[in-house]
Design a protein around this ligand. Sequence first.
Ligand code: SF4
Length: 197
Amino acid sequence: MPQPSWKVNEIFYSIQGEGKHTGMPAVFIRLAGCSMNCPFCDTKYAARDGQTLQAEAILKALASWPAKAVIITGGEPSEQDLPALIGVLKDAGYEVHLETNGANDTDVSRADFVCVSPKRYVSPQMLKKAHVIKLVVGQETDLEDLQKYYAYENAHTQIYLQPESNKQENIDLCVKLLKNHPSARLSLQTHKLANIR
Ligand code: SF4
């Protein structure tokens, strides 16, 4: 039987810069490929470039660093065999975090933490599985559209508002929204502010 493999753009050790786990050292596995093509995407390079790796090569790379937390990101991880990758990492003893746009309803039951950041389309099933729903907010964001995500907020799921590209006008818009919706939280891309790779 052929071994599963994944097209990987990069694996690197850094600090989680945004959301609930800001400041946590972690290894990032950036999977290649994303069909969403958002205009504000800051990882467009990951949509095309990547090398095919099997589990052994991925685990070997992870073993170079002391962190036991791994963040699977992209690109869009759910466009590949994500349940198998999560399984490989969990079986090896890692704490697995996932960043996904939530467009594809995928089995993420073994992941320790699921962050769904909806873009043009999101699966309602994935919103229900999210620990965090991270909404990228820009001046052109349809504020009425945001209301529908608040319906998924519950004891299991926290909403974060993240200003698009850390622009001041988007930060101002997030603050205004948060003041009207105080159960949500602000997420800044601190790795960009601190110039951390
Ligand atoms: S869904 Fe995410 S990775 Fe894909 S194009 Fe949009 S911002 Fe980029």
